[in-house]
Design a protein around this ligand. Structure first.
Ligand code: PHB
Length: 390
């Protein structure tokens, strides 16, 4: 009798204990781990793993579990996976989203389920307006475009040919650049759009060259930079006297070391460089490389790392409560030091506010890097700012 009581008590204690250890918060991380933009998925997954190894896997007394799903960069998959994660796994957050169409496909589900959706990669301006539950830790294409336009106009560049991938972020990059550059007295003399799937840049580079601009403004997707650089060199564009400028997507940190000297001297405007000289970034790059076989982190990785920071800090503020409205409220206005520099979440738009750096591709210790030489502080998405002032 006694011993069976004891056994029951032990069993009951065991049940209580296991319930407590089940207090769990799940994050559905949807990324392109395969397909043409798999490098984005790999970088973000690696950064999420690094963040959790440094900050632990519990917050506000609850265990954090990340459920990684591969959408291959196909929006129909993104939508199905987001639905499954919300309905079956009961995730408290959906996060990731390697490309704009993937983010747009998931947005209505975040609204319906009142689940915060952290956009860690995609950069088209409109995304954050598609759901009040979206918060972005990546970037917008307008942020880099306006800074690039300002630098070009002030540095003797009068005529530019733009060459972008024919895709929503390409359209944003091109229109923001053109508007800012024209306003500053410059002229866009050719606007070229390269098909996004299996891009062949060569014929477009030829057309850009034929237009005889002072500079070519190039936007390709993260992951396409090596192909672009090869075709740029093969066409002899590096010896043409035409400057290479653009956002930092073509001079992606994880591909840059293999690009060769043809891109030396190119000037880009962007939010992250692995060569950013802060202590926080030096520690980040060293830890990232150590954990991931020497892989150099790129700008997509910091979107993932900061996205995890945003989730952890929001949970601390809500004391582990997972109500979607409370979490988004906690995220609005949050500011912190990222490996890229100081960043914040605009309380009005839920979009990222960050420094944009002007950088030149240089050799440092025998390896190519984006070396920052000018800083534009706390840049907001110019597309939303312009709409506000209308
Ligand atoms: C996007 O789809 O929004 C996107 C993808 C890759 C980039 C930039 C933007 O490098």
């Amino acid at each position: 009798m006694r011993s069976s009581h004891l056994r029951l008590a032990t069993l009951a204690a065991g049940i209580v204990f296991s319930c407590a250890s089940l207090a769990q918060i799940k994050i559905g991380l949807i990324l392109p781990m395969t397909g043409p933009v798999a490098s984005t998925g790999k970088q973000i997954d690696a950064a999420v793993k690094l963040y959790m190894s440094q900050h632990g896997s519990s917050v506000a007394g609850k265990t954090i579990e990340v459920i990684l799903k591969d959408d291959g960069g196909v929006p129909d998959n993104t939508k199905r996976l987001a639905q499954e994660l919300i309905v079956n796994d009961k995730v408290a957050f959906i996060a990731g989203f390697g490309i704009t169409p993937a983010a747009l496909a998931a947005a209505p589900l975040a609204t319906q389920a009142k689940v915060p959706m952290i956009v860690m990669a995609a950069g088209t301006s409109i995304i954050t307006e598609r759901s009040p539950y979206i918060v972005r830790t990546s970037f917008t294409l307008g942020q880099s475009a306006v800074v690039m336009a300002d630098w070009a106009a002030k540095n003797g560049i009068k005529k530019v040919a733009t060459m972008v991938v024919d895709f929503a972020p390409g359209a944003d990059s091109q229109s923001s650049f053109k508007e800012a550059f024209t306003k500053a007295g410059g002229q866009v003399i050719a606007e070229l759009k390269v098909p996004v799937a299996n891009p062949d840049f060569a014929p477009f580079l030829q057309r850009a060259r034929d237009a005889a601009p002072d500079a070519i403004y190039v936007f390709v997707l993260s992951g396409q930079g090596a192909t672009f650089a090869k075709q740029f060199a093969e066409r002899g564009l590096d010896k043409s006297g035409i400057k290479l400028i653009g956002p930092g997507d073509f001079s992606d940190d994880d591909l840059l070391a293999g690009m060769g000297d043809a891109v030396l001297g190119a000037v880009t405007a962007h939010q992250y460089s692995a060569a950013h000289p802060s202590a926080a970034n030096k520690a980040y790059v060293a830890a990232f490389k150590k954990m991931h076989n020497g892989l150099r982190p790129n700008f997509m990785s910091v979107g993932g790392y900061d996205g995890m920071h945003l989730i952890y800090e929001a949970l601390k503020k809500t004391k582990g409560e997972t109500d979607g409205d409370a979490l988004v409220l906690a995220m609005r206005g949050m500011q912190w030091e990222s490996p890229r520099g100081p960043i914040s979440i605009d309380p009005a738009t839920r979009d990222i506010v960050q420094n944009i750096y002007v950088r030149r591709i240089e050799k440092v210790g025998g390896e190519l890097y984006n070396v920052e030489f000018a800083t534009f502080e706390a840049v907001k998405d110019p597309v939303k700012e312009a709409a506000k002032n209308k």
